[in-house]
Design a protein around this ligand. Structure first.
Ligand code: EPU
Length: 443
């Protein structure tokens, strides 16, 4: 993937015409990067297939290479071959060059502790959609026997001179990252680990599948408890990533917002059921086929909905932003209660400037008890529609918000300039080519 030239980091969009055509989604961003980290657990070669060409894959590849690991990425074939026979400590200054680029580096902790007895984790990046602390990660590592030194100015130094051992861990909230942290650290720890309050997203289950292929002993109970029996060693794996259900839903919302018709090849129904229910409630139509799902706006008015984001199997927080753009075109009042991140509605401000009627509230506008109740976070949104949108200049704030702005620009009448679009490359493979294939007027 080419380096970004700031002058080219924008897209001119002339909206107001339906997106129609066929596009392909490949492996899930939020799984592929973790499976690449898992390869570090084996002194062996692993092969991951259905890998998309996105920036997060580049960041994890770079970080693996800095630790002496061989990484061969074949973007067109969609394969990554990782040879982790040799692992060495990376130079802190080199690792630091990757600081702020992703949240994945923290997941290197467990595998590096097993392979080298120590790890250095640079300051983390990722989308600015809340404070996104890593307290659960560090607590988990400490419980498994690691010593965490936060005094280092460039990042966190973690050691485990006596190795990691099994432990009982409870997550106060079913964090995706902290669940993955526990899995990656406990599979080679001595003894048994019991993780209660775990997240069970399909991407996590695919990581469990990879670890099982590698030789790990992991069971998942119905009550969000994951039990891991540490084993002596793991071998490399060959695995095909599950598809990216966030990208698939983003294109589906784009079809709805623009009165379009998009066949998303590679999309799979089982992991998208909650989204599909909402899509149908709003008035969108879909057809599940062997090779993907076709999504379209059947004409007539879209209907408003009330939704709450939640951990799996709830409505994903990452589905929320593109859908909000479609809801600006539904007839009546829609309510979205965001319960995963406290600050994920910043992207609505440009939508309001484009003509949307959206009011944010600090109150929980939903039935679920939410961690942000009685706090000062605008985490509920009321959207009144339909409102015509008009094009304007927009700065991309984060990955999902940025894609939503693109959809808004494509829905709006007149021209828009969307700046900072390289942020979208973090998670949407070839989105410019896909937009062109869908007959979008972009430049
Ligand atoms: N949390 C803590 N302490 C922690 C960890 C998390 O308080 O130590 C809180 C977070 O602040 C947040 C909540 O727990 O309020 C959930 O965070 P989680 O750990 O589940 O999120 P994550 O692992 O950092 C992954 C995805 C996100 C996705 C969330 C939820 C990756 C790389 N990122 O983040 O994806 O929104 O799970 O499903 O897998 C995206 O793709 O755009 C994206 C942000």
């Amino acid at each position: 993937m080419a380096k970004v030239n700031p002058e080219n980091d924008l897209l001119h969009v002339v909206g107001g015409r339906p997106l129609h055509g066929t596009i392909q989604v490949r492996g899930a961003k939020n799984f592929v990067s973790k499976a690449m980290v898992a390869a570090l657990l084996a002194s062996d070669v692993s092969v991951l297939k259905n890998v998309p060409e996105i920036r997060d894959v580049q960041v994890v590849s770079d970080l693996l290479r800095l630790h002496g690991v061989g990484v061969d990425v074949k973007p067109r074939e969609g394969t990554v071959t990782i040879d982790a026979k040799h692992v060495e400590l990376a130079d802190v200054a080199d690792v630091d060059t990757l600081s702020g680029s992703s949240r994945i580096p923290i997941l290197f902790s467990g595998p590096l502790l097993h392979r080298l007895g120590e790890a250095f984790i640079p300051a983390l990046g990722g989308c600015r959609i809340g404070s996104r602390p890593i307290d659960f990660h560090l607590e988990t590592l400490r419980k498994l026997g690691a010593k965490v030194d936060k005094e280092h100015e460039a990042g966190i130094h973690i050691t485990a001179p006596d190795g990691l051992h099994g432990a009982k861990i409870h997550l106060p909230y079913p964090s995706v990252g902290a669940t993955e942290q526990t899995l990656l650290a406990a599979v080679l720890a001595k003894g048994k680990t019991e993780l209660s309050g775990a997240a069970t997203e399909p991407e996590i289950m695919d990581l469990v599948a990879v670890l099982q292929k590698m030789g790990a002993q992991i069971s998942v109970d119905v009550d969000r408890t994951i039990r891991i029996e540490g084993v002596e060693s793991l071998n490399g794996y060959t695995h095909t990533s599950l598809p990216d259900r966030i990208e698939a839903a983003s294109w589906a919302s784009a079809a709805l917002a623009t009165h379009g018709d998009i066949m998303v090849k590679g999309a799979q129904q089982p992991d998208m059921m909650t989204y599909l229910n909402v899509f149908r409630k709003i008035g969108g139509e879909f057809d599940v086929r062997d090779d993907g799902i076709r999504f379209w706006h059947p004409g007539g008015d879209l209907k408003p909905v009330a939704i709450e984001t939640d951990v799996h199997p709830g409505f994903m927080t990452d589905w929320q932003q593109p859908l909000v753009v479609a809801l600006t075109q539904a007839k009546g009042l829609s309510i979205v209660h965001e319960t995963v991140y406290e600050n994920r509605f910043g992207f609505t401000q440009p939508l309001i400037k484009m003509g949307a009627t959206i009011q944010l509230y600090r109150e929980c506008l939903g039935s679920l008890p939410c961690r942000f109740q009685q706090q000062n976070f605008e985490h509920s949104a009321v959207i009144f529609g339909p409102t015509p949108l008009t094009g304007r200049d927009i700065d991309v704030p984060d990955l999902r918000g940025g894609f939503s702005h693109l959809i808004a620009a494509l829905t709006a009448s007149g021209p828009s300039t969307v700046r900072g679009i390289s942020l979208i490359d973090r998670g949407y493979e070839d989105f410019r080519d896909k937009l062109a294939a869908l007959d979008a007027q972009i430049d």
